[in-house]
Design a protein around this ligand. Structure first.
Ligand SMILES: N[C@@H](CCC(=O)N[C@@H](CS)C(=O)NCC(=O)O)C(=O)O
Length: 212
């Protein structure tokens, strides 16, 4: 385990994108589950790390990072040998930044709006709101389809953290039936979620240091 890294996380949240990064790269970390259903994020000690009480948080040699996009970018610079981040300044690096930002903002927001509508269905959310949310997701989905028709991975010929990040968002969309069942996005997502690192990232308390 890399004792320098501590990850505060919980399965099936924004944490997955970060844990997937570490698991795919084979980098050990101290793992601290924060059960947000039990509101463990409200503990003063945790609020000191994340004032809004949000996960994930990564503490790296005392440096606190409390946003999943910032953490993924940081890890790319910190562990270049993991090769999940293209060479800085290359055209692929620009694509990688573009797709990471797209995942953190546009895709995340579209899926989040659909999830909110889905979850409050029984409360009588207006059909118009739900349809609007679905439309914005379908636009985002079409952008992924178009890109993956051009390149095998979002930022070009090789897997990058932009794939893991966006696949986490889309796997969440899939978990409540939002993702279309066919298409190139589905094939790309199925390939990524079949990676052993994905199962490890979702395990209730991944402890890569424990060994067999
Ligand atoms: N910008 C943050 C947002 C993180 C976020 O929304 N985390 C949610 C779980 S997916 C959370 O911690 N919710 C608990 C709360 O807000 O009390 C990131 O992506 O890291």
């Amino acid at each position: 385990v890399t004792e320098e890294l501590t990850l505060y996380h919980f399965p099936r949240t924004h944490t997955t994108r970060v844990r997937w990064w570490l698991e795919q790269a084979g980098i050990g970390y101290r793992s601290v589950p924060i059960d947000i259903r039990r509101r463990e994020q409200d503990a003063p000690a945790f609020r000191a790390l994340s004032p809004l009480g949000r996960i994930p948080v990564l503490v790296d040699r005392g440096q606190i990072l409390n946003d999943s996009l910032a953490i993924c970018l940081h890890l790319g610079f910190r562990f270049p040998a993991a090769a999940l981040s293209p060479a800085v300044g290359s055209p692929q690096f620009a694509d990688y930044l573009q797709w990471l930002a797209f995942g953190a903002a546009e895709a995340n927001q579209a899926v989040g709006r659909c999830f909110a509508a889905h979850r409050s269905r029984h409360l009588g959310v207006s059909k118009t709101n739900e349809a609007h949310a679905r439309d914005s997701f379908l636009q985002v989905h079409a952008i992924f389809e178009a890109q993956l028709q051009k390149t095998p991975f979002l930022a070009g010929p090789t897997l990058t953290a932009a794939d893991l990040f966006n696949a986490s968002v889309l796997a969440f969309a899939d978990s409540f039936g939002l993702l279309p069942g066919a298409g190139i996005v589905r094939t790309w997502l199925d390939g990524l979620t079949a990676l052993p690192s994905y199962a490890r990232a979702l395990a209730p308390d991944a402890a890569p240091d424990k060994g067999p």
